[in-house]
Design a protein around this ligand. Structure first.
Ligand code: FAD
Length: 311
C-alpha cells in the first residue's frame, strides 16, 4: 500500500502540468520553502546560522542531479567550492557538504566526475581539520559507481564519506566491503522507488536491514551518521549507543531541513550530536517530489493550502 502510494505520487509529480503548477505557483513555492530554505547559497548559510543557534550542525547540498554536460558538471563543482569557501568564513558554523555524483558528471563518465570531485575535495582539505564531503546515494543503478569512486578516493581524502540505503538488498554486503575505522557512512532508508528484485518492499524489512547494517558499521569501527526521522529507530539507536558506550565522536543523528524539528530539539536537549541536511538552489523540484512521495500526507497538505489560497 505504502509502495503504491509512493509510486502514485511520483507518477503524478512527473506529469509536466503538475510540475509547472508546483514550480510556478506561489502555493507551490511556499510549500517548497518548508523543505528548501531558498534558491541561493546565502539562503543555505542563513539556515545553517539559524540551526547553529539551536545547537544543530549543518550539511549544505546545492540541489541538482543528472546534469547533461561536462560543462554543467564543472559548474556544479564550482558552486560547492564557493560553498566551502563561504562557510569557512563563518567559523562559528559547523558546516560540511553533501554532493550527488550525477550532479558532478557521473552520467558523462566516471573520469569527468572524479575530476570534479577531486577539485572539491582539494578545497575541502585546505581547512584544518578538512571539511567533510559526503556522497549522497542515488538510484540503484548508481550504487556500484558511487562506491567505486568513494573507495578510490578515501585513502587520499580521509574526510570523505558515503551514504548507504537500507532498502537495497545488497546493502549489508556493501557495508561489509566498505566498513572499518576509515569509513564514514550515512545510513538512510533510501528515497528512490526501487523494484522488488533489488529492494525490500515491506517497511519492516527496510527497518530490520537499517538496524543490521548500522550495527555492523559501528562494530567494524566506522563513523556512523544515523540519518532518519523514525522515532523507533532513533530510540533503538540511543539505547544501543548508550549500552555499548559508543563515543560521540563516532556518530551523529541527521535529519532533513524542515522535518521533525521537535525530534531534533529533543536530541539536542539530551546532549546528542545532531546535523541537518540543508538543500538550497533553484533545482528543487526532484528533491521536493521525493519528500512528497515519502509522506503522501504532504500532497494533501499542499493541495488543501493551494485551494485555500485560490478561494
Ligand atoms: C540527512 C539525510 C540525508 C539523506 N540522504 C539520502 C541520500 O543520499 N539518498 C537517499 O536515497 N535518501 C537520503 N535520505 C532520505 C532517506 O532515505 C529517507 O527517504 C527519508 O529520510 C525518510 O525516511 P525516514 O528514515 O525518516 O523514515 P520514515 O519511516 O519514512 O519516516 C519516519 C517519520 O519521519 C517523518 N517524515 C519522514 N519523511 C517525511 C517527509 N518527507 N515529510 C514529513 N515528514 C516526514 C514522519 O513523521 C514519519 O512518520 C536522507 C535522509 C536524511 C535524514
Amino acid at each position: 500500500m505504502r509502495v503504491l502510494a509512493r509510486a502514485l505520487v511520483l507518477w503524478l509529480t512527473e506529469r509536466s502540468l503538475i510540475r509547472r503548477i508546483v514550480q510556478r505557483s506561489s502555493p507551490g513555492r511556499r510549500f517548497a520553502g518548508r523543505f528548501v530554505p531558498g534558491d541561493s547559497l546565502q539562503d543555505g548559510l542563513h539556515a545553517a546560522e539559524d540551526l547553529a543557534g539551536r545547537g544543530i550542525a549543518a550539511m549544505l547540498d546545492h540541489l541538482g542531479e543528472n546534469v547533461e554536460s561536462a560543462e554543467q558538471a564543472a559548474a556544479a563543482a564550482d558552486t560547492y567550492i564557493l560553498a566551502l569557501k563561504q562557510s569557512r568564513e563563518r567559523p562559528e558554523l559547523d558546516c560540511n557538504i553533501s554532493v550527488k555524483l550525477t550532479q558532478l558528471g557521473l552520467d558523462a563518465g566516471v573520469d569527468v566526475c572524479v575530476d570534479n570531485v577531486e577539485r572539491v575535495l582539494q578545497v575541502a582539505a585546505e581547512s584544518s581539520p578538512a571539511t567533510l564531503v559526503m556522497f549522497d546515494m542515488e538510484a540503484h543503478e548508481y550504487v556500484d559507481r558511487t562506491l567505486d569512486v568513494y573507495l578510490s578516493l578515501r585513502g587520499r581524502y580521509p574526510a570523505l564519506g558515503v551514504c548507504l540505503q537500507s532498502c537495497l538488498r545488497r546493502t549489508y554486503d556493501d557495508a561489509r566491503r566498505i566498513g572499518g575505522p576509515e569509513a564514514i557512512v550515512r545510513m538512510t532508508k533510501g528515497a528512490y522507488l526501487e523494484p522488488p528484485d533489488v529492494a525490500f518492499q515491506r517497511r519492516s524489512d527496510v527497518d530490520r536491514s537499517y538496524v543490521q547494517v548500522a550495527r555492523h558499521l559501528l562494530e567494524s569501527g566506522s563513523t556512523l551518521h544515523l540519518a532518519t526521522h523514525d522515532e523507533r529507530l532513533v530510540g533503538g539507536a540511543l539505547e544501543y549507543l548508550d549500552r555499548t558506550g559508543t563515543s560521540r565522536e563516532r556518530y551523529e543523528f541527521q535529519m532533513l531541513y524542515g522535518i521533525r524539528r521537535d525530534l531534533q530539539a529533543r536530541l539536542v536537549a539530551g546532549g546528542q550530536p545532531v546535523r541537518v541536511y540543508v538543500p538550497y538552489g533553484t533545482q528543487w523540484y526532484p528533491y521536493l517530489t521525493r519528500r512528497m512521495a515519502e509522506r503522501p500526507a504532504n500532497v494533501w497538505f499542499f493541495v488543501s493550502n493551494a485551494l485555500r489560497w485560490r478561494s
